[in-house]
Design a protein around this ligand. Structure first.
Ligand SMILES: Nc1ncnc2c1ncn2[C@@H]1O[C@H](COP(=O)(O)OP(=O)(O)OP(=O)(O)O)[C@@H](O)[C@H]1O
Length: 283
């Protein structure tokens, strides 16, 4: 294993009865990287994540996570890994502060509960029982629990589901701060804007296989795709694909004068590329 590789899998396979959930997955995630795993429902994201976390067994393949096999990992390894699962854990009757204090006691160098409350935007809710929190607030408590042990590697499984737009932005800022501290993050999300904003690289999982791994800007050859220039004239709306949209706009400006009616230049988004990749594999 390379010194700076935090996650490495080779030939990873997992089957549930007749369903092949993971089919020969080779994945490398480097130290300090934010890696987003994308894929439609049932693609295998949770299966892959939970195998890497040591919560599910694999059928075949090699895995190295922070130098150990998660299936046989030590307690010391577990303190280096933070996990935010899709489903909340059961601590409904404890207050926010009690939950955080309790979990902090398991770690050698835990973050202070007050710091965590602030970081996930739960200030003012410290005394509330978990059961009294809204869905989004409860999710933020889950995220705080993932961070409590100051993990070197953090797994975030759909962390912002149920967050309102403002809290999502706050969460993104929190992830940016973790990145600055050198935390490696494996994130699964259905929000393409989240992947674009946060991830250094994204991997698209479809039907148990990694279809592509690249930066958000280059995934699926996105950087090579043509821009779409659209405008409106007396005949109605027009649009053309252009390899050089600046030139197209200059030509239109020469034709229309100062103002090109209804001008828009649209570059293919990560979502456009992702949907065409998923469509191409028949999901
Ligand atoms: N415990 C299980 N027993 C049987 N089949 C399972 C089990 N867990 C997952 N599967 C199947 O394995 C496949 C991959 O599921 P997985 O939950 O890993 O997908 P996912 O990408 O996380 O989906 P989602 O986006 O909906 O969370 C699916 O076909 C699912 O039905």
């Amino acid at each position: 294993m390379l010194k700076d590789t935090v996650i490495r899998t080779r030939g990873l396979r997992k089957k549930y009865r007749d369903t092949v959930a993971l089919d020969v997955v080779d994945l490398d995630v480097e130290q300090g990287e934010i890696f987003a795993l994308l894929g439609p429902n049932g693609a295998g994201k949770t299966t892959l994540t939970e195998i890497l976390e040591g919560f599910r067994d694999r059928d075949a393949g090699e895995i190295d996570v922070l130098g150990e096999d998660p299936g046989k990992a030590s307690l010391a390894w577990r303190t280096r890994v933070g996990v935010v699962l899709q489903d909340s854990q059961d601590y409904a009757q404890l207050t926010v502060l009690e939950v955080l204090t309790h979990f902090a006691s398991f770690y050698p160098d835990a973050r202070r509960p007050a710091e965590l409350v602030e970081a996930v935007g739960l200030s003012g809710h410290e005394g509330k029982r978990a059961v009294q929190l809204s869905g989004g607030q409860r999710r933020r408590l889950d995220v705080a629990l993932g961070l409590v042990g100051r993990p070197e590697l953090l797994f975030l499984d759909e962390p912002t589901t149920g967050f309102d737009p403002e809290v999502r932005r706050q969460f993104w800022d929190l992830v940016a701060r973790l990145r600055e501290e050198g935390t490696t993050i494996l994130l699964t999300t259905h929000y393409l804007d989240e992947a674009e904003h946060l991830a250094d690289r994204v991997g698209v999982l479809s039907k148990g296989g990694l279809v592509d791994v690249d930066t958000p800007a280059r995934l699926g050859g996105r950087h090579l795709l043509k821009a779409i220039v659209s405008w409106t004239d007396d005949e109605g709306p027009h649009q053309v694909e252009s390899p050089n949209p600046t030139r197209t706009v200059l030509e239109l400006a020469a034709r229309f004068g100062d103002d090109i009616p209804g001008l828009a230049v649209r570059r293919p988004t990560l979502e456009d590329v992702y949907l065409s990749m998923i469509g191409a594999t028949g999901d």
